[in-house]
Design a protein around this ligand. Structure first.
Ligand code: DX5
Ligand code: ZN
Length: 223
């Protein structure tokens, strides 16, 4: 499998739960097991937390060839897409809630990024439906974005199911990613609903042995 193969089942570890003082080492512990690394970017405005931005992506890029799946939880993603591209992002996912969706998709494409669109757990599938044939990934939030280690919200599985029906019926080239509260208990639910990329932060980097925790999640990726 390659990092750009649509529909491949994969775990995308989120570095949000890693020790930011040892990010390179944390990624090194698991990098031979994965293709995608989920990078959570927060601006303290769209979400009530601040994390990292293009300078950190640039530093990580020097030490890693992984596919950087950048999740932009920020109010004005269009202002920063070029910086993320230059820093080494492979994919940028932004939220439908921030508006200017069509224009931002177009800009990301022009920059040569893979494009993702996300929606919060309280938003209906219909909000993203018009854009599905324009994006590479739909990122369904299964917690309210801002913090790692929160509990999975099962209500979003309905959105995942609808997205899977759309992908199959319209033969879309699109991944369905789910993000928040994924662990050994919730992973099968997300998988059964039709998600194929599963983000996990606390269930990997919050564990004593991240590599073993990741392996256990990967082992349960069976449909
Ligand atoms: C939440 C982030 C998630 C988070 C997931 O706002 O977008 O990517 O890191 O972490 P866990 O797996 O701990 O819920
Ligand atoms: Zn995320």
């Amino acid at each position: 499998m390659s990092a750009t193969e649509f529909g491949a089942l994969r775990i995308a570890p989120s570095i949000l739960s890693a020790d930011f003082g040892y990010l390179g080492a944390a990624i090194g512990m698991i990098s031979d097991q994965i293709e995608w690394l989920h990078v959570d970017v927060m601006d303290g405005h769209f979400v009530p937390n601040i994390t990292i931005g293009p300078p950190v992506v640039k530093s990580l890029r020097k030490h890693s060839d992984l596919f950087f799946d950048c999740h932009l939880m920020i109010s004005e993603p269009w202002k920063y897409l070029e910086d993320f591209k230059k820093a080494g992002a492979d994919s940028c996912t932004f939220h439908v809630e921030v508006g200017q969706t069509e224009e931002t998709i177009k800009l990301a494409r022009e920059l040569g990024l893979r494009v993702g669109l996300s929606l919060n757990p309280d938003k209906p599938f219909e909000l993203v439906e018009p854009y599905l044939d324009q994006v590479d990934v739909l990122l369904v939030m299964s917690v309210f974005p801002g913090f790692g280690g929160q509990s999975f919200i099962p209500g979003v599985l309905d959105t995942v199911r609808k997205a899977r029906v759309a992908v199959e019926s319209k033969k879309l080239q699109m991944d369905i990613e789910i993000d928040g509260g994924i662990d050994l208990n919730t992973l099968p639910l997300a998988l059964e609903a039709g998600a194929n990329v599963l983000v996990a932060g606390n269930a990997i980097f919050g564990q004593d042995d991240p590599a073993a925790a990741l392996r256990a999640l990967q082992d349960s990726l069976v449909v």
